[in-house]
Design a protein around this ligand. Structure first.
Ligand SMILES: Cc1cc2nc3c(=O)[nH]c(=O)nc-3n(C[C@H](O)[C@H](O)[C@H](O)COP(=O)(O)OP(=O)(O)OC[C@H]3O[C@@H](n4cnc5c(N)ncnc54)[C@H](O)[C@@H]3O)c2cc1C
Length: 616
């Protein structure tokens, strides 16, 4: 492989694979395993060592209606997920995921994933927000857990299985751009190795984006620093639009002041949110499931308490979560990491006193649009448009798949239920791998020579940075984006705030385009990587802000005070405006164009879940 010298790039080497997967988290490694076990030559490119991918931080559990500890079946899970999504999730995809759930969890168990156990040897399951039995009757135990380290257990299991299956890992390599040919098909990626500054082309019949979330577009986030939305940036630069990006989940219980997550598993084990008067206030907002209401509802309720002067602390600016009644034994057995986080990030012994918490950005419901097989699909702008102006037909982007948090399939709609993301990773990672094998497993695997000009764009981006002599500091620009998103796209939004946010964000373009890289060295130059990440952050932030400003209703995590309506409102009878707004937003970077496509209302085998008021 060639190394970059004298501010130019020469002799870029090409590596050939059947499939190249960008991302070594839960979704990427599940897809890789399926492919490698199917006899394919697979490369996984990852920014960090695979087991340090952000999936490692997942604490609470993976959702599956095993029914080990309470009455459950996939129909209940399907209903809860549709309702949790505030009727923006596609019901065929949701049915697919909930039906597959027990199978994929048992597969993980058989791979050796160390789940906690019940006395009878079955997998331990805890309750989680929005998951209920018998269509909303009462909370159900559906989250399959390995203490509060479920993601850690999942990643280590998948990594070991991938080593066994012969997957090749390219660790601390950063994918920069997709390679698109004249027909618009994707032929692989261009990537750079952190350690040496080496640039290489990974040519493949199929490329799978599995780059995870982008929570770092906000200042206060539970997400790792690596979550900069690189896959979304790569897709956008290849002309692919992003779907439903206005929907960002605030997790109710980030540690106040630090943002580090305290899993919903705490409330699953019995933790209670309290205001300054010690009141368990969720009983007022969600009388049936109380603290186990979905995250959008709990976050809004906490914010409401603070707004109405019932926040805790000298500034009345946070809420507390009380676990003191759970007992030391339960906390140490079921929530050992939460105990550590309490000590290290809040100086609180959670066995003895409540811990201060605040809603914190956590999860991106939108992403790169895909089918249930993980194939990237974009609206056919020359195709059929229905009487409401929605694009009803889609075009598959050949050679490109997306899975995990960077994808929008869409199973989470306007609000994800906890534990459904780990599930999404393994269900759709597996489905994408299976689809590739079924469709390309027997192809000839001869790689066509590529037109060298396809690299011009990426080489140009690298050279521009390398040759920069003046401009803006990458971290200062990234911080500006984050501060802006935090202010203009928070838990409660207003139309004026969002419109102002759009204007300010678009005005940042010049800074984003003119980053100055002061350190030109080749060896482990993290400043170069951070500079390249800014372009990705910016695309994700624009997609979010522009999509949000255009959606004139409240739905799931998108709460706009101007459009708050009572449940019996004649225009928006369920508190949302389903007539006008039950549709997916699709944002194109070019011209900041937004189009809409219909929500898929026909499940695979069961009846449509009719929209109704979302009460818990
Ligand atoms: C603190 C926390 C706790 C959570 N707990 C739960 C839970 O209990 N249950 C649940 O269902 N969900 C949970 N979630 C959500 C869930 O963990 C994530 O949505 C999920 O793990 C994302 O997995 P992924 O495979 O999509 O991406 P990740 O695990 O984030 O992996 C992304 C991969 O992409 C790589 N990558 C990124 N950009 C590039 C690039 N340019 N080049 C090369 N590689 C790149 C990274 O190195 C990494 O390997 C939690 C989230 C957080 C933040």
């Amino acid at each position: 492989m060639a190394t970059r010298q004298d501010n130019t790039i020469s002799n870029i080497k090409t590596l050939n694979y059947d499939s190249v997967i960008v991302g070594g988290g839960g979704s990427g490694m599940r897809a890789a395993l399926q492919l490698a076990e199917g006899g394919m030559k697979v490369a996984v490119i990852t920014k960090v060592f695979p087991t340090r991918s952000h999936t490692v931080a997942a604490q609470g559990g993976i959702g599956a209606s095993l029914g080990n500890m309470s009455d459950d079946n996939w129909h209940f899970h399907f209903y809860d997920t549709v309702k949790g999504s505030d009727w923006l999730g596609d019901q065929d995809a949701i049915e697919f995921m909930c039906r597959e759930a027990p199978k994929v969890v048992y597969e993980l168990e058989h791979m050796g994933m160390p789940f906690d156990r019940n006395p009878d040897g079955t997998i331990y399951q805890r309750p989680f927000g929005g998951h209920t039995s018998n269509y909303g009757e009462k909370a159900v135990q559906r989250a399959c857990a390995a203490a509060d380290r479920t993601g850690h257990a999942l990643l280590h299991t998948l990594y070991q299985k991938n080593l066994e299956a012969g997957t090749e890992f390219f660790i601390e390599w950063i994918a920069l751009d997709l390679i698109k040919d004249e027909k618009g098909d994707i032929n692989g990626v261009v990537a750079i190795e952190q350690e040496t500054g080496t640039v290489a082309v990974f040519q493949a019949t199929n490329t799978v984006l599995a780059t995870g979330g982008a929570g770092r577009i906000f200042s206060a986030s539970t997400n790792a620093y690596i979550n900069t939305g690189d896959g979304l940036g790569m897709a956008v630069r290849a002309g692919i639009p992003l779907q439903d990006m206005e929907f960002w989940q605030f997790h109710p219980t980030g540690v106040f002041g630090a943002g580090v997550l305290l899993t919903e598993g705490c409330r699953g084990e019995g933790a209670i949110l309290r205001n300054k008067d010690g009141e368990a206030f969720m009983e007022r907002y969600a009388p049936t499931v109380k603290d186990l209401a979905p995250r959008d509802l709990v976050s809004r309720s906490m914010d409401q308490e603070i707004k109405e002067g019932r926040g805790c602390g000298p500034n009345k600016d946070h809420i507390v979560m009380d676990m003191t009644h759970l007992g030391v034994e339960t906390i140490m057995k079921r929530l050992p990491s939460v105990f550590e986080i309490g000590k290290n990030f809040a100086n609180v012994d959670i066995t003895k006193e409540p811990i201060p918490v605040i809603p914190t950005i956590h999860y991106m419901m939108g992403g790169i649009p895909t089918t249930i097989h993980g194939q990237v699909i974009v609206p056919d702008l020359d195709g059929h448009v229905d009487e409401e102006g929605l694009y009803t037909e889609g075009k598959i982007v050949k050679g490109l798949y997306a899975i995990g948090e960077c994808a929008c399939v869409s199973v989470h709609g306007a609000n994800r239920l906890g534990t459904n993301s780990l599930l999404d990773l393994v269900v759709f990672g597996r489905a994408a791998g299976k689809h590739i094998i079924d469709n390309f497993g027997s192809s000839d695997h001869n790689y066509h020579p590529m037109n060298p000009r396809v690299l011009d764009f990426t080489v140009g981006r690298l050279n521009k940075l390398q040759q920069s002599t003046q401009g803006y500091n990458a971290q200062e620009v990234a911080d500006e984006i984050r501060a802006l998103m935090q202010k203009h796209a928070s838990v409660f939004r207003t139309q004026a705030l969002m419109d102002e946010g759009v204007e300010k964000l678009l005005a940042l373009k010049d800074k984003v385009d003119n980053i100055h890289l002061a350190d030109k060295s080749q060896v482990f130059n993290t400043a170069r990587i951070e500079a390249l990440e800014v372009a990705n952050l910016y695309e994700v932030a624009k997609a979010t802000m522009l999509s949000a400003a255009k959606r004139h209703e409240c739905r799931g995590a998108h709460t706009v005070l101007d459009y708050d309506r009572p449940e019996d409102d004649p225009i928006a009878p369920n508190g949302r405006n389903d007539n006008e707004w039950m549709k997916h937003t699709v944002w194109y970077s070019e011209g900041n164009k937004i189009v809409y496509k219909p929500v898929r209302k026909v499940p695979l085998t069961v009846d449509y879940v009719e929209p109704k008021v979302r009460v818990y």
